[in-house]
Ligand binder design. Structure first.
Ligand code: ATP
Ligand code: ZN
Length: 209
């Protein structure tokens, strides 16, 4: 599909599907934006303003916003931190709350961060984990996988995991116990660092400036 660039239109990047999708739509709707019920296209034009939604994988949102292809984005702080992209936060949105933690099987000898020395840790957050390990002087090997880390200790791919948890029920279901917290996260509305006059229009529209 060819996307025609229209500078007058604002673009807001949100997760296409997944944990943040509905809450992101609800947030925009609560600020007065109306959208047709179309969950399939990658670009969804707003019915009552010059705004388009870009439906993306959450991992891609920081780059779209950093580059200015999207003027705004709604994404978890955990994803922004992992990508290492600096983006101005307009508003913390109070949904998508979670924590990045390290956990190990309950019958493992790993009970504290120092016990991770020389161990294998499976994660989809290699940068944040690596920062944590070096800040604490721990040498461990990072097993990078793209999802479902909780299964890796059972399968002997790793000795511990570093992943996002909300209630901790997934950890419990796999007999994993939290060892430490690395970061807290929630969804945030971020702004592109690229200046565009029309951005202010969106912000005043949704009562943010
Ligand atoms: P995508 O297909 O867009 O890449 P994903 O599988 O990476 O999706 P989701 O599982 O939908 O991502 O989670 C999106 C975001 O929701 C996370 O990055 C995090 O900020 C937040 N979140 C809140 N609670 C949880 C949880 N229990 N597990 C995972 N993510 C959570
Ligand atoms: Zn993702």
């Amino acid at each position: 599909m060819h996307i025609i660039y229209e500078p007058e239109r604002q673009r807001i990047a949100i997760q296409k599907s997944g944990r943040l999708h509905k809450a992101s739509m609800d947030f925009l709707t609560s600020r007065g934006l109306k959208f047709p019920p179309n969950e399939r296209s990658l670009i969804l034009p707003c019915e009552n303003y010059d705004i388009d939604l870009l439906y993306l994988r959450d991992d891609d949102i920081p780059e779209y916003v950093r580059s200015g292809v999207a003027d705004f984005g709604i994404v978890g702080e955990n994803v922004i931190a992992e990508k290492g992209v600096e983006l101005p936060v307009i508003e913390k949105l109070d949904f998508g709350r979670c924590r990045l933690v390290i956990a190990a099987p309950s019958d493992s000898r790993i009970k504290a961060p120092k016990d991770l020395e020389g161990k294998r840790i499976a994660t989809s957050y290699p940068k944040l984990l690596s920062k944590f390990l070096s800040a604490n002087g721990i040498e461990a090997s990072i097993v990078q996988i793209s999802g479902s880390t909780e299964i890796t200790p059972e399968l002997d791919l790793a000795d511990a995991i570093c992943d996002i948890v909300q209630t901790g029920s997934t950890l419990k279901a796999h007999d994993l116990v939290q060892i430490c917290d690395i970061m807290e996260s929630q969804a945030v509305l971020v702004e592109s660092p690229q200046k565009k006059i029309t951005k202010d229009r969106f912000l005043s529209l949704v009562n943010l400036r």
